[in-house]
Design a binder for this molecule. Sequence first.
Ligand SMILES: NC(=O)c1ccc[n+]([C@@H]2O[C@H](COP(=O)([O-])OP(=O)(O)OC[C@H]3O[C@@H](n4cnc5c(N)ncnc54)[C@H](O)[C@@H]3O)[C@@H](O)[C@H]2O)c1
Length: 482
Amino acid sequence: MSDKFDVIVIGSGPAGYVAAIRAAQLGLKTACIEKWKDDKGKGVNGGTCLNVGCIPSKALLDSSHKYHAAKEDYAAHGIGTGDVSIDVPAMIKRKAKVVKQMSGGIAGLFQANKVTSLYGSGKLLAGRKVEFVSNEGETKVLEAENVILASGSVPVDIPVAPVDGDVIIDSTGALELQEVPKRLGVIGAGVIGLELGSVWGRLGADVVCLEAMDDFLAMMDQQIAKETKKILTKQGLDIRLSCRVTGTEVKGKEVEVTYTDKDGNEQKETFDKLIVCVGRRPFTENLLSADSGVNLDERGFIYVNDLCSTDAPGVWAIGDVVRGPMLAHKGSEEGVVVAERIAGQKAVVNYDIIPSVIYTDPEVAAVGRTEEQVKADGEDYNVGTFPFLAIGRAVAADEAEGMVKMIADAKTDRVLGCHVVGPHAADLVQQVAIAMEFGSTAEDIGMTVFGHPTHSEAIKEAALAVNGHAIHMPNRPKRKKK
Ligand SMILES: NC(=O)c1ccc[n+]([C@@H]2O[C@H](COP(=O)([O-])OP(=O)(O)OC[C@H]3O[C@@H](n4cnc5c(N)ncnc54)[C@H](O)[C@@H]3O)[C@@H](O)[C@H]2O)c1
């Protein structure tokens, strides 16, 4: 192996591996360094998303849906199941198989695109050099015209709830449980807390989410957040807002959690397992030598400009380790853009139109600005909402909870945001993301022919409702806001 590359990528999560593939496609001699090992000590690609994040959590999400549906919903369709049981170790084994297939897929893509895959750790030195220590312990200094840092993020630890990997676990441990805990505590009713809490809740755990903030899902449109809370609470998730965890004591196989409630009173609650999901932080440990020329910002993220350039010439950083939402697809997009910039093209990421999804059941998804943000920006806007209860396909599928909300500029009618809680919310919001990318108005979406019967019709109807023309519900007087 020659030690000189056009591009070296450190990290093979969704940001890094996509950057490496795109760079190689553009004819650049590319290497990608990854230190992640599987349970047998073998180097694997894919980072958090593929190994302990998006993909395994979706595998469990799907298993829990099937179990819950068989247990609770099939009878209404006239389907008898007899006793429905759950074999948790088998479910976890299936998840591991999914992970193996997906990470193996990246190895195949690297091979097909002639990306050199290096298993071990990489550290950026001065002058675009990278120290590589292989998993076998061999050290080499590699050189590159460009280095892309994509080292990702790790869960935040809080001293009041130290993760012991047994009773107190993080999001990774929550994907490996071998039985359904009877009482499950979750610290943080954020994206991960709700996703994991609802997976284990569907499998039969009594779940309590303790959330320090007064507002539920503060970053989401608050009308949608309110609707989401109503739906999740009805499902049995016990979401306690304004509850800050102040201490934990592990007592044998259980943990006593102390928290301050909304009235400032101290409360105690005992759980069999406690998941800590209070956010993630950028991962930069052992990534940069003191003279690398790369700087961190005050929150520990690698400092980059709008084009993901760091302060060191020829060194770029992408994904969770830089500012912006910690979302796999945001990192992937940055990876493509940086590879194309290195190849001399003029690509940019449109940070204004990045969809986000919370994979509860039903899903919660959003793109663009919330009503609160538009209001704070002082703009005139119209709002259209439409409930899934009036969508034939959703009623037929017994998934008619939730709504679509669309926000458009009052003068130009341009769509400013779309927020959905309901069936297939992620895919519905993506339709609006495409429309927004093309500068669509609400009227454009309303004039588009949608197939019937589909869940997507809720998007068309919400777009029509923006201007008071929804067909399948009585239109309220136009909701125009400033
Ligand atoms: N579907 C997805 O797109 C997806 C899935 C998983 C993770 N992520 C990303 O990963 C990151 C981390 O997710 P997360 O859910 O851990 O973080 P988060 O920031 O979404 O939520 C963490 C919550 O913990 C609360 N909290 C902190 N300390 C607390 C305490 N002592 N007591 C009670 N509550 C406390 C915070 O107020 C916050 O609401 C996020 O940026 C998220 O967007 C995205």
